[in-house]
Design a protein around this ligand. Structure first.
Ligand code: FES
Length: 95
């Protein structure tokens, strides 16, 4: 799956079975995260592009209303298709 991070415009491929956070780190990107288990909401961000995510945990810390608005938790979300994430504080470790 092709993942894009705005507003910086970073793009990377997410391998099957990797969370969005893991895939971003695989690509040398750093995005805000702390607990990495879907509870602290440090990584909460908005997604667009229409693709759904599959959560690794049964009760990720995001409400149904937030899900409907496109908010996701990348630390426990595996992408099911191409998508764009809006993460203003994303950094590339290679720049
Ligand atoms: S890092 Fe804590 S919810 Fe994602």
């Amino acid at each position: 799956m092709k993942i894009r991070i705005e507003p910086a415009g970073f793009e990377f491929e997410a391998a099957p079975g990797r969370t969005l956070l893991q895939a971003a780190e695989d690509a040398g990107l750093e995005i805000p995260a702390s607990c990495r288990n879907g509870t602290c909401r440090t990584c909460l961000c908005r997604a667009s592009g229409g693709a759904a995510v599959r959560y690794r945990v049964e009760w990720p810390g995001v409400s149904l209303d937030e899900k409907d608005e496109g908010w996701i938790l990348p630390c426990v979300a595996e992408p099911l298709g191409d998508m764009t994430l809006h993460i203003p504080y994303a950094l590339s470790l290679f720049d």
